[in-house]
Design a protein around this ligand. Structure first.
Ligand code: MG
Length: 342
């Protein structure tokens, strides 16, 4: 396992040299075909997400931080950051956590305009750059705000349902609540609202216990033609337990999407657990799962990809990146090569 990744990473200087020497060619290729032009509308098929040619797709990218201004991540919600992530990180997908939790006092529930505008700014940027984008109802109590969620996703479906770039994530991380009597009924009503307007874009729904109990779903799945289920992991804790749940869910036929993962502990802090990250990435590659790393921020905590004070418009050097940022960049930047290796 270690030797294999040594080869992957030992190849980076050669690849970087190639890109530097052929910058014009690479740029032209980018202009000719974006990742969304290549794959089109994503569709659940069995346990895979397939593209317009019916081939399994695995995407790697970044989750932004909560959209509310007072927690510090919203300053990175600008189009220059998206451009930079696409150009320098080869990011194929971004996730936008609309701060929709009842406990966030400057979030969408209390200050809808500023939060919605931030999200829309980056949805537009992602469409312009030709990458995929997840609109995430970032809440731990979404069943308490069902009406607001339905209204919000109807607005998003009206605006963006015609773009293959857009994915709806309708509940980030339910807490220890029932799948059968809480999360599933909520999801069915939000999905119904979206499907009245947008019949085909991918929808993702969180699962109980901070989107870890993915194995509960197969007993009582939701009926929808294009629905996947959220699985989250942080590398610092419980690899065997969490990966066991993930494997069991896949064996049971559940389609998964890793909308959020971290290199550190599940509270978003602590040191980078490189060995565990390598094990997780091998699993994501094996099962062709897509994933977004938490998070684009410069907050002083382990999961941030940036050191405090990094430029909010991008243009970062390696010195601007945290240990997590450096490791994650290697995976995202080379993911499309990694998943093609035997
Ligand atoms: Mg559509």
């Amino acid at each position: 396992m270690l030797i294999k990744h040594f080869y992957i990473f030992s190849g980076i200087p050669v690849i970087m040299l190639f890109i530097a020497c052929n910058n014009k060619i690479i740029t032209n290729q980018h202009k000719q075909e974006t990742i969304v032009e290549k794959h089109g509308l994503l569709q659940v098929k069995g346990t895979h997400i397939v593209d317009k040619n019916n081939e399994a797709v695995s995407l790697a990218g970044n989750s932004f931080f909560w959209s509310n201004p007072s927690w510090g991540g919203a300053k990175f919600y600008n189009k220059d950051i998206v451009k930079w992530l696409v150009k320098d990180w080869n990011t194929q997908i971004i996730r936008l956590p609309l701060a929709a939790d009842t406990e966030v006092k400057d979030g969408y529930l209390y200050e809808p305009e500023v939060n919605q505008q931030a999200v829309e700014r980056l949805v537009n940027a992602a469409i312009n750059e030709g990458i995929y984008v997840i609109i995430d109802w970032h809440s731990h109590h979404a069943e308490q705000t069902e009406k607001q969620a339905i209204d919000f996703f109807k607005k998003m479906a009206e605006k963006y349902g015609k773009y293959p770039n857009v994915i709806y994530e309708i509940y980030n991380e339910p807490l220890k609540v029932s799948w059968d009597s809480v999360v599933k009924p909520y999801a069915e009503r939000v999905i119904k609202g979206i499907r009245q307007i947008d019949p085909d874009n991918l929808i993702i729904i969180g699962t109980p216990n901070w989107s870890i109990d993915i194995d509960l779903v197969s007993h009582n799945p939701i009926s929808d033609p294009n629905l996947a289920y959220t699985f989250h992991f942080y590398a610092g804790t419980n690899f065997e337990w969490k990966s066991g749940k993930m494997k069991k869910a896949i064996q049971n036929g559940t389609p998964l999407f890793v909308t959020e993962w971290g290199t550190v502990n599940s509270d978003g802090d602590g040191k980078v657990h490189t060995e565990s990250v390598i094990r997780w990435m091998k699993l994501l590659k094996k099962y062709k799962l897509s994933h977004c790393n938490w998070s684009v921020n410069d907050k002083t905590e382990g999961a941030s990809i940036l050191k405090p004070g990094a430029d909010i418009k991008g243009g970062w050097t390696d010195d601007d990146l945290t240990p997590s940022g450096k490791l994650v960049k290697k995976y995202i930047r080379h993911w499309q090569e990694i998943i093609r290796e035997p």
